[in-house]
Structure formats: structure tokens, C-alpha cells
Write a protein that binds this ligand. Structure first.
Ligand SMILES: [Fe+2]
Length: 172
């Protein structure tokens, strides 16, 4: 499943996740509906700090050129099947910010045909960070919980990032 996702432990400490959560607590109402390159909404709500220096210490963990953002999915929100717009986001590292059970998984598909079943399902867990391939078709359907993640975006392909992360972090 490496080509779709893989989870790692210990990239962000408990303390760092708590700090990011505190930032997220102050973002209520500030996330905006993401508009795709084609001008459509896709069900993702994002907050990209214009001044990335407020999250720089978290980005500095990585040697690659990165940028970060906070993503929000409202309860029962649905994200359509999509591949992310390029925008320096070949793969991204998602870290859940709240310790809730049943964080809605991300589903990967090999076709946009709505009747086709997922070829891979990525479950998230508080305390782990998951690298996902945004260039494969994916979607999600949120459950009753608000879903908040901190995301670090990379221009490198996912398999290259796995090679780097596997040397530095514990695979979860
Ligand atoms: Fe996406």
C-alpha cells in the first residue's frame, strides 16, 4: 500500500501536536472552502497560514522544501473523488490534531466511476502521522466528528519520501 499511504510514529511529539491543536482551536471560522483549479469545491476546507513562519518550526523537521496548512472537514462532510491540484503537493503528511475515535479514513480508487470500490483504505490514528499520495484518486466521508488535520506538503513523489522517512522514523 506504500504507493497510496504509510503511517509513521514520532514525527511530531505529543507536545508539538498539542501546540498545533491550540493553533487550530483559534482557527474556528477561518477555514475556507477549497476551490479547485477548475473552479469547483471539493469538500475540503483549508487554512493556509499566509505567514508560514508561525508553523516554521514544524516544517523545519524536513530537509525538503515544504509548506503547511490546516484542513477541516465538518461532521458528515463529503469530499468528492479527486486528485489534488499540483501546487507543490505531490504527497502530504497528515497529522490528526484531536484525539477522537474513528477518524474518517481516506479511500483510494483506480477510477472515478462512483460504483467502483476502494483499492486502498487509509485509517488515521491520533499520535501517528500518515504520508498520503495526493496524486491517486481519493475521497472521504466524514462521520459525526469534526475532522482536523495538520498537513505538510511535499513536491517529492511519495515513494521517495517513504525512503527518507523510513530511515528516520518508526513505521506505524
Ligand atoms: Fe485531496
Amino acid at each position: 500500500m506504500d504507493k497510496y499511504f504509510k503511517s509513521y510514529r514520532g514525527i511530531f511529539s505529543d507536545q508539538e501536536i498539542a501546540e498545533l491543536r491550540e493553533m487550530c482551536d483559534n482557527l474556528t471560522g477561518k477555514h475556507i472552502s477549497y476551490i479547485t483549479d477548475k473552479g469547483n469545491t471539493d469538500g475540503n476546507y483549508i487554512y493556509v497560514p499566509e505567514d508560514q513562519s508561525i508553523i516554521q518550526k514544524y516544517l523545519d523537521k524536513f530537509e525538503q522544501k515544504t509548506w503547511g496548512m490546516f484542513m477541516y472537514h465538518p461532521p458528515y462532510g463529503k469530499v468528492i473523488r479527486h486528485v489534488d491540484d499540483a501546487k507543490s503537493r505531490d504527497c502530504c503528511l497528515l497529522t490528526p490534531l484531536y484525539d477522537v475515535k474513528n477518524i474518517a479514513p481516506c479511500y483510494f480508487y483506480d477510477t472515478y466511476d462512483e460504483t467502483s470500490l476502494p483499492v486502498a483504505t487509509c485509517y488515521y490514528e491520533y499520535g501517528k502521522s500518515t504520508l498520503i499520495n495526493t496524486q491517486e484518486i481519493h475521497n472521504l466521508e466524514n462521520n459525526e466528528n469534526e475532522r482536523h488535520t495538520f498537513q505538510v506538503c511535499f513536491t517529492e513523489p511519495i515513494l521517495e519520501m517513504h525512503r527518507i522517512f523510513e530511515k528516520k522514523y518508526e513505521v506505524a
